[in-house]
Design a protein around this ligand. Structure first.
Ligand SMILES: Cc1ncc(COP(=O)(O)O)c(C=O)c1O
Ligand SMILES: N[C@@H](CCOP(=O)(O)O)C(=O)O
Length: 465
């Protein structure tokens, strides 16, 4: 299978090359040239299968023989053996037709582990097969960084640099990034916000000489393989609730649009999904865009769901590409306008397509605290603030006849201060992280300056030497 760039000016790549490339050379994001389709009968055949078996079936058409089936199966099994729940992503019923899809049973307690544990193994496999090294640079608002460090720490062919916004992640998130003892891990606090970190990463990818010099690779959801791995749990959730004979809706706490775009991909592959509901916190650029057809940046506000404090929502570009009829020229002009004026317009036909599938809503800080408190009282279930954004928005979009699944993207113990203030409960970290706050930290603080960050990476990366 070929993967093409949303900006139409980079060469099409096969799976392994797209995996190592991360961002396309024209600044675009890779997508499969065509969507693999599953018939209702093929989806039904996945009923009763384990998460790992469903993952193999869903991922195989994308990998398309570039990795041998046995090796792919082994990597899937190893990746999900790290999860503390046998179902990997269990569903919990919280109302007559309301469900929570728990995606936080991995090592770092966030949904990022689902894709990252597999991505680490896939990249290691391909790099070793090719006798190559890579320098991975990632941006994080808190969860991607910890998950990536956990998945890539100690890998011989990789150096990993994670840029996080200094002082803007939770103390648990920070420690998950700064207490690794592995020599190939570099946690970097940038004097800026998440969008600054992400802009630095994209600028490094667009700086071709630097990209080639250090053999740059990416693990943010700009990397297609991240999205691909996240498609799987839409299938398993649907299968558990009577899919494909029933349409299911999903509400997704959204920032960089990767997780919800994976739901769109599942739908394109044939999974009967009714609506995909975008849940934002006070950083509501996506909710505003769905209302107005204009994507317009207005500054980032710090919230109790810091991982969603984002306004440059990278994967929205993938959706724009799809709904514009894969018109790369239009994407180039929209992204140029975003760079120049911080805004762009979406054409009415494209908005019509978006609205066929997507709905959106915002949860204010008050809504988040109230939802944590009331959900606990009504059901005994303790939400983290990101999932609470989802639950608050889902409540406005539930329909009696079709199940609504809200994605639980993080464990409440990652955000103890916000959870305690809303619920009175101080959620404990699981045993394997119980000493996290006592571990010694190691990180560098750098200015939000491309040349400073590139110099730091050049000095510490081993690839290209
Ligand atoms: C806990 C949590 N919830 C939700 C999100 C938003 O996910 P996405 O960026 O894929 O939209 C993130 C970060 O991305 C996160 O870490
Ligand atoms: N919320 C994310 C932001 C980065 O998103 P990604 O899915 O593109 O890696 C985080 O926790 O870092």
């Amino acid at each position: 299978m070929d993967f093409i760039s949303t900006r139409g000016e980079a060469p099409a790549l096969g799976f392994c090359d797209a995996l190592l490339a991360g961002l396309a050379r024209d600044g675009g994001l890779y997508l499969p040239k065509t969507w693999p389709k599953f018939s209702k009968r093929e989806i039904k055949a996945l009923r009763g299968k384990s998460y790992q078996e469903v993952a193999f079936a869903v991922l195989k058409p994308f990998v398309d023989g570039e990795i041998a089936d046995d090796a792919l199966r082994q990597m899937i099994n190893d990746a999900y053996a790290t999860f503390r729940h046998p179902a990997v992503a269990p569903l919990v019923q919280t109302g007559p037709n309301s469900y929570i899809l728990e995606l936080f049973h991995g090592t770092t307690l966030a949904f990022k582990d689902v894709a990252m544990q597999l991505l680490g193994r896939l990249m290691d496999h391909v790099l070793r097969a090719r006798g190559r090294r890579a320098t991975i640079v990632g941006a994080t608002s808190g969860d991607t960084g910890g998950a990536a460090i956990d998945a890539f720490a100690g890998l011989a062919n990789v150096d990993i640099f994670i840029l996080f916004p200094h002082g803007k992640v939770s103390p648990v998130q920070q420690r998950q990034m700064t207490t690794s003892k592995a020599d190939n891990v570099h946690a970097v606090a940038v004097e800026g916000n998440f969008d600054d970190c992400q802009n630095l990463v994209k600028a490094m990818f667009n700086h071709v000489a630097f990209r080639d010099e250090v053999a740059l690779s990416g693990v943010n959801s700009i990397n297609w393989a991240r999205i691909m791995a996240q498609v799987v749990y839409y299938f398993t959730a649907s299968l558990s609730l009577g899919g494909p004979d029933r349409k299911i809706s999903f509400t997704v706490p959204t920032g960089n649009f990767g997780d919800i775009f994976a739901g769109y991909v599942a739908r394109e592959m044939g999974l009967p999904i009714d609506k995909l509901v975008i849940a934002t916190n006070d950083n509501d650029i996506l909710a505003r865009t769905l209302k107005t057809g204009r994507y317009e940046m207005k500054g980032v506000k710090a919230t109790t769901s810091p991982s969603m404090d984002i306004q440059i929502s990278s994967n929205f570009e993938r959706l724009l590409f799809e709904v514009s009829g894969r018109n790369a020229g239009e994407i180039r002009s929209q992204m140029a306008s975003l760079g120049q004026s911080g805004a762009f317009e979406i054409k009415p036909d494209a908005m019509k397509e978006i609205k066929k599938v997507f709905r959106a809503g915002r949860a204010t800080e008050k809504d988040v605290a109230k939802t944590i408190k009331e959900t606990l009282k009504a059901t005994g279930y303790l939400l983290d603030p990101h999932t609470a954004c989802g639950v608050a928005v889902a409540a406005k979009h539930e329909k009696p006849q079709s199940p609504m699944v809200t994605l639980a993207t993080a464990h409440p113990a990652k955000f103890p201060a916000a959870v305690k203030s809303a619920s009175g409960i101080d959620p404990a970290l699981p045993t394997w992280l119980s000493d996290l706050m006592d571990r010694e930290e190691r990180f560098d603080i750098l200015a939000n300056d491309l040349s400073v960050v590139e110099k730091f990476i050049r000095t510490h990366a081993r690839a290209g030497r």
